[in-house]
Design a binder for this molecule. Structure first.
Ligand SMILES: C/C=C/C(=O)SCCNC(=O)CCNC(=O)[C@H](O)C(C)(C)COP(=O)(O)OP(=O)(O)OC[C@H]1O[C@@H](n2cnc3c(N)ncnc32)[C@H](O)[C@@H]1OP(=O)(O)O
Length: 269
């Protein structure tokens, strides 16, 4: 009876990705290396499922997305794109990718894309749905869709200009060119460049993990909710969420620790 209400996290059996959590860091690894982790419908569906798992997993405090093999992800699956029969099925396909990436973007914890090798098309759009991006030297990022007679359809025409500005985004979208990690850093497309993307992403995650979990979630919520609003409305949301943060036990602990000149011990309460 004691266990009647115990929460059990159900993790589906994934075919094309792996999920593990270690010391607060949830690691999602795309596992379709033979196709450079091309995002087939099956992969997209599993990404939606893993987003649900992350959202429910109390152990997951920061999530890192990465790819196995030579690439982060080389885009939507071009065999499936070739089979799109008409504008309606193609539209549904874009909506599927958009919805999956919206679920990732809406996760209540900080998310990081650890990019090595290629992050192209839908692969870069997945990285854009994450909060932060870290690239390995040698990584190649781009939105090559117009070269295929397509346009970015999993959020790229919206998230890229919001992130790096309209002019720089349209340069990448119109030319379809690949940018390397250094240029991506200069453009603000990635936050960090390192020898190894995963190691660099873990370092960044560990820095984030030192901070109060509820404050992290509220800070993200404030940024995300404010994006579509005018400044006055967005500032009201910020004040409300500041109020929530100030009501947490962790806020008391954070301030007390500062005054006592010791590191805080946050409990996520
Ligand atoms: C809304 C979203 C739309 C989109 O995302 S549209 C797609 C945008 N992406 C692209 O256009 C990139 C397509 N891929 C490439 O251009 C090249 O790949 C690379 C430059 C990334 C790498 O080239 P290399 O090193 O020569 O490898 P390789 O032999 O082309 O690829 C290895 C295997 O991976 C498969 N593959 C790569 N990308 C995709 C993809 N996007 N969809 C389906 N399969 C892909 C290939 O076909 C091949 O497979 P096999 O060994 O059986 O010939």
């Amino acid at each position: 009876m004691e266990h009647e209400h115990e929460f059990v996290l159900e993790i589906p059996e994934f075919q094309h990705l792996a999920y593990e959590v270690e010391e607060g860091i949830a690691l999602v690894t795309l596992k379709r290396p033979e196709a450079l982790n091309a995002l087939s419908r099956e992969v997209l569906e599993e990404l939606a499922q893993v987003a649900e798992v992350i959202a429910q997993d109390p152990e997951a405090r920061v999530a890192i997305f990465r790819g196995e093999g030579r690439a982060f992800a080389a885009g939507a699956d071009l065999k499936e794109i070739a089979a799109l029969k008409d504008p309606f099925t193609a539209r549904e396909y874009a909506l599927l990718g958009q919805q999956v990436f919206a679920e990732i973007a809406a996760l209540p914890i900080p998310t990081i894309a650890a990019i090595h090798g290629y992050a192209l098309g839908g692969g870069l759009e997945l990285a854009l749905a994450c909060d932060l991006r870290v690239a390995a030297k040698g990584a190649k990022l781009g939105l090559p869709e117009v070269g295929l007679g397509l346009i970015p359809g999993f959020g790229g025409t919206q998230r890229l200009p919001r992130l790096i500005g309209r002019g720089r985004a349209l340069d990448l979208i119109f030319t379809g060119r690949h940018v390397d990690a250094e240029e991506a850093l200069m453009l603000g497309l990635v936050n960090r460049v390192g020898e190894d993307a995963l190691e660099e992403a873990k370092k960044l995650a560990q820095k984030i993990l030192k901070n109060a979990p509820i404050a992290l979630a509220l800070a993200k919520e404030s940024v995300v909710r404010g994006e579509g609003l005018d400044l006055a409305e967005a500032l009201e949301i910020e004040a409300d969420l500041f109020g929530y943060a100030a009501a947490t036990e962790d806020m008391k602990e954070g301030v007390r620790a500062f005054l006592e000149k010791r590191p805080p011990v946050f409990k996520g309460e």
